[in-house]
Write a protein that binds this ligand. Structure first.
Ligand code: FAD
Ligand code: NDP
Length: 658
């Protein structure tokens, strides 16, 4: 048989069968993806903050802010105030940046640092998201920032949302950041003054129903945009959704008033006797569904595309192991992060000990979108790209097959098991890890409503309609995600929703729209001096977001420290056109390395399929090539940055501030 003898092409035994299987799986991937492409792409969603309907708009409100407590405090920021550093964003990104600046000795006076944050407290993602079941999906020992510096020992391998938020508070306490933040305040506009060589930043503070809004204009010598990547919640434009009876809320604004319990006490007693629906089966829903299953009378999980769900392996931190094997030397966290990411960059030396040993480290094909040193520079010909993508699909196949087999092992009903199977490679959607989600479908009151890739048809006053059938509900949870991080071609200003005007009043959006991503090292752009932004296009990536935030903050701090040393005080830092274009060409050269997105089912990674649209316009093709990340992997990227830092701010104009 073809399995036991060489085929006519001389291929080794078993190869022909494997190739046939591979081909049929590819066909299935293509069929499943093509069911899901929609002409409206990103426009199928509405961001809660932009929703015209009052009910949908109100779902975006901050449920956690304590206006009375904040109103009783002296605001940290004065109208007309001038500050050395202003950071937009009080998530881990903003906090890490603040700490790096402080540790570098750049923050000295009382007015040197301020943080402007839209939420009512620190934490960003971990402030807004408090849904039951929330944990980090990357091991907390490598995810939680500044563990060595704070001496904190995470309670479990995967920290809860509460622990992650408390850690943000811990960082703020240790570095004295509590009186440096203006909370419930949004930056709307920032303009560079050519005369004053300073950023003028417009902020709106919302002081609650009694005091209303306060508009402020402040100045910053250095302005940081660290607004995160999954910050603006959105919902699909389901006809009639606004008129659905009962309660409805988005997971990032969990309504404990309806469900009962709290972030601290996850007894959702308000769900007892209730029919609860949840739209979405992404990383959030994977964590929420088991909690709903525990308390609700009936749970309906409305699925458009299943997640890939691998094993989790949650466990308590063993203090002995922590002391002797984990936090056992200076620099352990960085080393552990490197070790972990080598598996995801598909470059782990075979003799290396896998320190974290989690499901992520079994996904070497994730390198398709975060890069690998093995890629080198791939010629952008159809043959070479086909070879590259085919290789990645093959690399992913054992993991994908194992994930699908796991569903058959766990889920008892064969129809449900079949519908839960993901048919796309690991890099198309964030892989998930749970030892409770699939198991929940064995409970008689948990129902999977598979929409076969089409989504919800409509909502009535009593429930949701799928393929002509109505599902009556008392409560609807919208686990429908966020504005895509790739929104606006990865333009950090657009993604944040702020207007940025640089030298000569030039708009950041105009520059990005006209020429595509234009940065030096992914953190600064010509014509926008002293404006630094978080990891975006042309930067190295890791699925451990705090690792990239840490690398960005370290590099930005270096720019400022070195520039100030050079000029002996406040500096104006602007990359040269040549340096910026040179850096963009590094992305362009390697653009073909990231072609694997072309086989993906739609999702936020591909801007809901917008990246997959064929494009023959050379100018547009160039723009999308410039959007690439550092495709040789984060370790190679770090090396490039380190080498750069050994030099003398090459490719950057540095002048003393007038
Ligand atoms: P954020 O935490 O999003 O903080 C940005 C802050 O900027 C927000 O608080 C926002 O209110 C504020 N802001 C935005 N615009 C403005 C404005 N105009 N004016 C003022 N303030 C503004 N990553 C992982 O690596 N591992 C995980 O396990 C993980 N889990 C996640 C779970 C969820 C539910 C979500 C949504 C994301 C998760 N992520 C995870 C990604 C996560 O966002 C990052 O890990 C990290 O917390 C991002 O930090 P950040 O500071 O960059 O952004
Ligand atoms: P996602 O964008 O991943 O998921 C949204 C879900 O809503 C998808 O399943 C989507 O289906 C579904 N959906 C959208 N429109 C419709 C519709 N019209 N009908 C039916 N279903 C619809 O958002 P999440 O909040 O789950 O996750 C966002 C990101 O946040 C993750 O990728 C991850 O990076 C991070 N995260 C990490 C967590 C962790 O474990 N620590 C937990 C939570 C989030 P489709 O797939 O077909 O588009």
């Amino acid at each position: 048989s073809a399995d036991s003898t060489n085929g006519s092409d001389g291929a080794p035994p078993g190869m022909a069968a494997m190739q046939a299987k591979f081909a049929s799986i590819q066909q299935k991937y293509t069929e499943e993806a093509s069911k899901r492409f929609r002409s409206d792409g990103l426009a199928q969603y509405v961001d809660l903050q932009d929703a015209k309907d009052a009910r949908i708009h109100s779902l975006g409100k901050d449920p956690w802010v304590d206006h009375a407590a904040l109103n009783a405090k002296t605001p940290a920021v004065k109208d007309g105030g001038r500050y050395k550093f202003v950071i937009l964003g009080g998530g881990y990104g903003g906090l890490i940046a603040a700490v790096k600046l402080i540790e570098a000795g750049l923050v000295n006076g009382p007015d040197d640092l301020r943080i402007i944050e839209a939420g009512g407290g620190y934490g960003g993602t971990w402030y807004w998201n408090r849904y039951p079941g929330l944990h980090c999906d990357v091991e907390s020992y490598i995810y939680m920032p500044l563990l060595e510096e704070t001496g904190y020992v995470p309670k479990q391998k995967y920290a809860t949302g509460l622990e992650l938020r408390e850690h943000a508070e811990r960082i703020a306490t240790k570095w004295d950041l509590h009186d440096k933040a203006l909370f419930r305040s949004e930056v709307t506009d920032c303009r560079w003054s050519d005369e004053g060589e300073v950023w003028n930043v417009a902020v709106t503070e919302s002081r609650g129903p009694e005091e209303g809004e306060r508009k402020l204009n402040i100045q910053a010598n250095y302005f940081f945009v660290l607004s995160g990547v999954l910050t603006i919640p959105h919902v699909p434009k389901v006809p009639g959704l606004e008129n659905l009876g009962g309660s409805m809320f988005h997971t990032s604004r969990w309504d404990y008033g309806t469900t009962g319990g709290s972030q601290e006490d996850q007894n959702l007693t308000g769900l007892e006797g209730k029919r609860v629906g949840i739209i979405g089966t992404g990383a959030t829903a994977i964590q929420v569904v088991p909690k709903l299953a525990k308390f609700a009378k009936e749970v309906y999980v409305f699925q458009r595309t299943p997640s890939s769900v691998s094993w989790r392996g949650q466990k308590e931190t063993d203090l002995e192991e922590w002391k002797t094997k984990i936090a056992n030397k200076k620099g352990w966290q960085r080393e552990r992060r490197y070790n972990w990411v080598t598996y995801l960059n598909n470059c782990a030396p075979p003799e290396q000990v896998n320190m974290v040993g989690c499901g992520w480290t079994e996904a070497p094909a994730y390198c398709a979108i975060i890069g690998s040193p093995n890629f080198g520079i791939i010629e952008p010909t159809p043959e070479k790209i086909g070879e590259h993508v085919g290789g990645l699909l093959m690399l992913d196949l054992p993991r994908a097959e194992k994930a699908r087999a796991r569903i058959d092992e766990i889920v008892k009903d064969p129809e449900t098991a079949k519908a839960l199977k993901p048919w796309y490679p690991v890099w198309c959607k964030r892989p998930t890890f749970s030892d409770e989600y699939l198991q929940a479908f064995n409970l008689p009151h948990v129902h999977l409503v598979d929409t076969d890739g089409k989504g919800i048809d409509s909502a009535t006053s009593t429930g949701l309609v799928v393929q002509g059938k109505e599902y009556p509900l008392d409560i609807l949870v919208l686990s429908t995600g966020y504005r895509s991080p790739a929104y606006g071609g990865l333009n950090p200003a657009k993604r944040t929703g702020i207007n940025v005007f640089g030298r000569g009043g030039k708009s950041f959006d105009d520059k990005w729209d006209a020429q595509g991503a234009s940065t030096l090292h992914g953190v600064i752009s010509r014509g926008f001096p002293n404006l630094f932004f978080g990891p975006t296009a042309q930067f190295g990536q890791s699925p451990n977001n705090t690792e990239t935030l840490d690398i960005a903050a370290e590099h930005i701090t270096h720019f400022i420290k070195k520039a100030e040393e050079k000029v002996g005080g406040l500096a104006v830092i602007d990359p040269t056109v040549e340096a910026e274009e040179g850096w963009a060409m590094e992305a362009v050269k390697r653009a073909a390395n990231l072609a694997a997105l072309s086989v993906c089912t739609p999702g936020y990674t591909t801007s809901e399929g917008e990246f997959n649209k064929p494009n023959q316009d050379p100018a547009e093709m160039m723009k999308s090539a410039r959007m690439g990340i550092w495709s040789e992997g984060i370790l190679s990227f770090m090396k490039v940055l380190e080498e750069y830092r050994a030099g003398d701010l090459v490719g950057v104009d540095v002048t003393p501030r007038k």
